[in-house]
Design a protein around this ligand. Structure first.
Ligand SMILES: Cc1cc2nc3c(=O)[nH]c(=O)nc-3n(C[C@H](O)[C@H](O)[C@H](O)COP(=O)(O)OP(=O)(O)OC[C@H]3O[C@@H](n4cnc5c(N)ncnc54)[C@H](O)[C@@H]3O)c2cc1C
Length: 553
């Protein structure tokens, strides 16, 4: 995904740059068409992948495990493992004003038979909703005039964009600008006047939407004190005529959307190519899944993406990786692949989902991770490549690049240990001490020739970023690592799948029922479950060895 974004990104921006590296988040806007074709040809060029096109209607089960799928056209395909990634299609229902259409996305039929097949297997299924903004015809907007008149501000992206993938050698380039504008009183008034026609407010939509990504209606109603809200006009591709109106998601009737768009300064004559809409869909409560994203109730049945209650591209891709790797491992009879919360955001995401479940669409935020200083973007490869390699997911090319980077890192630390330099205070000191001073910049010191370090000629900044963060935050990092190791000792204590929670004295009936549903695999998972009191964890800690060694029969 990183490589695809680097190759097809048209604008790059590192979010939260003014804060510390623990919360930096790279963002890219990609050319929609180019990105899809790039991924399709990458898949086509990967040995061992065969693509079958068709709509799946049923999951086939034999002897209590997944045995295949049936297509709507009658074909049946046998399999040992199945990963279901239906997005918003299960019983999808779109809304534009009072107009409702059964669809997974506008113009695409929903998956109703498959939804019924999943419900019939006894899965706990909920209903969520998400929305999208109108798309405008680029040719009907006079961007230059709007910028000249101060109606739009241009957003060119980062001056020095950074690549996502550790394999990308060159800096990606910004190839498109976006434009920023604001809502106004007329927009707010129109929304208020038509609230009774909004499916979100007139009771038509039952599903729960994301609080952190509110629709236009939500923004106006929930933040009445805000005079205006930011909106971005984003091209969907370099040559695409479609402009995505980011921040303007709405499911008001089509004619109201026309008035809303035309009420925005600079968009008085804009033509809407596609109206915004809301979509409601079924999701499987992810507490039904284990840390490998396999269903407790149906061996071989894996789920990933929006079907598990999440929202977002990276969230979906992260789960696809975990579910895909484990589906393959199950089929081959190999040990499962799991990531801890301290290994990466993927570990945090999967643990949050499978332990706590979803009450609203789940999105990954850095604030969800307790070890975020360890989980920086600059060290993602150092943390995860060896784990990927163990699992069989890392190519020779990636492994060679990684071992070279690790060698440079170790060599550079050795150099810094031995050198003394003059720091910002004017005193000569050991390089490692000087670099702990937040005023000292490793990049500047290297640029000025004070320090000679080995860096990747294509991307010297990456090696320097990692060194700087590891040295500057060394004290905190050591403490974090210690806490992570300590909690891992306790938290990784395994709980057998058939552990008799009902025989543990002092656990409430409600807690026993919840434990039976979530089927925690470790004591740490119990401690993070909703409603788990410290007392419940303490009592389990005591009874775990007794009931396991004393026989759980
Ligand atoms: C307009 C829009 C803009 C968005 N913008 C962003 C954004 O900027 N950033 C971001 O992070 N997220 C964004 N999202 C959210 C993001 O797209 C989704 O959360 C993510 O794509 C979900 O991935 P998924 O693989 O679970 O499902 P999807 O990407 O929805 O894929 C589901 C696929 O399953 C197929 N399918 C469904 N049922 C069947 C069946 N029975 N048989 C065979 N195939 C089936 C569908 O055809 C579809 O191709 C946006 C979503 C929308 C709708």
């Amino acid at each position: 995904m990183g490589q695809a974004a680097d190759a097809n990104g048209i604008q790059f921006k590192l979010l939260n740059r003014s804060r510390g590296p623990a919360v930096w988040s790279p963002r890219a806007q990609c050319d929609k068409g180019l990105y899809s074709s790039w991924v399709e040809s990458a898949l086509a060029g990967t040995p061992g992948i065969t693509t079958l096109w068709g709509r799946v209607s049923r999951v086939l089960v034999s002897a209590g495990s997944v045995s295949g799928v049936a297509f709507e056209d009658g074909r049946e395909v046998a399999c040992a493992s199945l990963v279901v990634t239906t997005g918003t299609f299960l019983n999808g229902l779109t809304h534009v004003g009072r107009h409702q259409v059964a669809a997974g996305r506008v113009g695409e039929a929903p998956s109703t038979e498959l939804a019924a097949s999943i419900r019939a297997m006894g899965f706990t299924v909920g209903r969520l909703k998400t929305g999208t903004p109108p798309r405008l015809d680029r040719r009907t907007i006079d961007f230059d005039a709007a910028v000249r008149q101060g109606l739009f501000t241009t957003e060119p992206g980062d001056e020095k964009p950074e690549a996502f993938s550790f394999l990308s050698k060159a800096r990606p380039t910004n190839r498109a600008v976006c434009w920023m504008l604001h809502t106004n009183d007329r927009v707010a008034g129109l929304v208020r006047d038509h609230l009774d026609e909004s499916p979100l407010f007139n009771g038509q939509i039952q599903g729960i939407g994301p609080r952190y990504c509110p629709s236009l209606e939500d923004k106006i109603v929930r933040f009445p004190e805000r005079e205006r809200h930011q909106i971005y006009l984003e091209p969907e591709g370099l040559d695409a005529d479609e402009i995505y109106v980011n921040g303007f998601s709405t499911s008001l009737p089509a004619e109201v959307q026309e008035d809303l768009v035309h009420a925005l300064a600079g968009l008085e004559a804009a033509v809407i190519l596609r109206h915004g809409y809301a979509v409601e869909y079924d999701f499987i409560q992810p507490t039904e899944l284990s840390a490998t994203l396999e269903a407790h109730r149906l061996p071989g049945f894996f789920c990933a993406g929006q079907i598990n209650g999440t929202s977002g591209y990276e969230e979906a891709a992260a789960q696809g990786l975990v579910a895909g790797a484990n589906a393959a491992k199950r089929a081959r009879g190999e040990q499962p692949f799991r990531l801890r919360r301290s290994d990466g955001y993927i570990g945090v995401l999967v643990d949050d989902l499978t332990t706590q479940g979803c009450v609203e669409p789940y999105r990954m935020f850095t604030s969800r991770a307790e070890h975020r200083l360890l989980l920086r973007i600059d060290n993602a490869d150092l943390r995860l490549t060896p784990k990927g390699r163990e699992c069989g997911l890392v190519s020779e090319e990636r492994w060679a690049a990684f071992t070279e980077r690790r060698r440079r890192y170790t060599a550079n630390i050795g150099v810094l240990r031995q050198q003394s330099i003059v720091g910002p205070s004017g005193r000569r000191d050991a390089a490692l001490t000087v670099l702990r001073d937040p005023r000292a910049s490793l990049t500047d010191l290297v640029g000025q020739g004070e320090l000679r370090l080995e860096t990747d000629p294509g991307r010297p900044e990456l090696d320097l970023q990692t060194l700087e963060a590891e040295i500057r935050y060394d004290g905190y990092l050591q403490r974090e690592l210690l806490v992570a190791a300590k909690s891992a000792q306790e938290h990784d204590r395994p709980i057998p799948a058939d552990f008799p929670f009902n025989r543990v004295p002092g656990l409430s009936r409600e807690m026993v029922e919840r434990l039976a549903m979530v089927k925690p695999e470790t004591l740490g998972q119990v401690s993070r479950m909703a409603g788990a009191t410290p007392a419940a964890v303490a009592v389990l800690r005591v009874y775990l060895p007794r009931l396991v060694s004393g026989g759980a029969q």
